[in-house]
Design a protein around this ligand. Structure first.
Ligand code: AMP
Ligand code: MG
Length: 329
């Protein structure tokens, strides 16, 4: 088996920060949440240390793999009393699962493990195993009673698809209470843009070191989900880390990447995963029936779908041959 893991890299670029440049710049780079994060803050007066500490704190609380985390304890014992952050994010995740009709479902964790995405020992589970895994994926089985959370037997949760979005929201609050004038926090594929207008490059899945285009946007959170971020290949087939909760198998619906722009970080992060699972037709219907976000979705036939609100603020990179399609509300 050929094992290929393309760990999420810092692949985003902010092209213009001109309005920030009259204040002192502070930067930091570190690993958290299984990715590389890089921070750039203007006028923050030492705030990077606080932001980094919050990233490590949330990582330690929310990681399913870290044996000291609250989520690990919940998964191991089937029940746990949780503190503020983990509880808040589980409650929010349950609402988002319901809103996306289970396309985003944190109970995919046993399936994520069975495919080897946590251990790195990649394998294709047999049909019977997949059926059993798929039957156990169901966010409606997670029960929350006050601060006490319980899971049914064989269930376990994974907040990996929303943790960076939650961190982005937390960082926005920290920045809001500081003297920082503006900031760009690259939290590993989830970017917080704070205090100014920005132009952001969107990574090209065909060449993740480059960009297929640029989005001009104001404050908010830009989150991208892509199969290219983590996958393995066997017999010429690529198996990606985003799973369809209905089948427990890697998504294989022609979607290559989904980028969401929203002022709500958790929403951005959850929907980048959920719309990837939905594919372009269901994603379009979802967009037409819900507010508070925009998307850029690339399919494997070279079509780049951009929602109408941001369509005029998006430009294709020179030489990019993807075919632009406007998605109407
Ligand atoms: P993201 O990069 O935000 O799309 O998150 C992907 C990560 O979330 C994966 O590496 C898994 O740990 C987990 N995951 C995979 N599929 C799903 C899904 N359908 N719903 C929720 N979490 C998922
Ligand atoms: Mg996500």
């Amino acid at each position: 088996m050929k094992k290929t893991t393309c760990i999420l890299l810092c692949i985003w670029m902010v092209l213009s920060l001109t309005s920030c440049k009259n204040t002192a710049e502070e930067t930091a780079s570190f690993e958290a949440m299984d990715t590389v994060m890089s921070l750039k803050v203007y006028g923050g007066d030492g705030i990077c240390g606080t932001l980094e500490a919050r990233a490590h704190e949330l990582d330690e609380l929310l990681s399913s793999a870290d044996t000291d985390s609250e989520i690990y304890r919940l998964n191991k014992n089937g029940t746990a009393r949780l503190t503020g952050d983990a509880l808040t994010l589980i409650n929010r995740s349950l609402s988002l699962s319901a809103e996306t009709d289970g396309s985003f479902d944190m109970t995919v964790y046993p399936a994520v493990c069975a495919w080897g995405f946590i251990s790195g020992n990649y394998q294709i589970p047999d049909g019977k195993t997949l059926d059993a895994l798929a039957q156990n994926i169901d966010y409606r089985q997670v029960s929350v009673n006050g601060d006490s959370v319980s899971l049914p037997e064989n269930a376990a949760i994974d907040l990996g698809a929303v943790a960076k979005g939650y961190l982005a929201d937390e960082c926005a609050d920290i920045l809001g209470g500081s003297g920082a004038s503006c900031a760009v926090l690259n939290l590993g594929g989830t970017i917080l843009l704070y205090g100014a207008a920005f132009k952001v490059g969107v990574a090209d899945p065909e060449n993740p070191a480059g960009y297929f285009g640029y989005l001009s946007c104001g404050e908010g959170v830009v989150a991208t989900s892509g199969g290219y971020e983590r996958y393995f290949e066997q017999d010429g087939v690529r198996y990606i880390h985003i799973l369809d909760p209905k089948t427990a198998k890697p998504v294989d619906n022609g979607t290559l990447s989904v980028t969401i722009f929203s002022d709500d970080g958790v929403l951005s992060d959850a929907l980048s995963t959920a719309l990837f699972v939905m594919g372009i037709d269901k994603a379009t219907a979802y967009y037409q029936n819900h507010d508070g976000f925009d998307f850029i979705l690339l399919t494997d036939d070279g079509k780049l779908y951009v929602t109408e609100e941001i369509y005029d603020r998006f430009s294709l990179a020179d030489g990019c041959s993807y075919q632009l399609k406007k998605v109407k509300k």
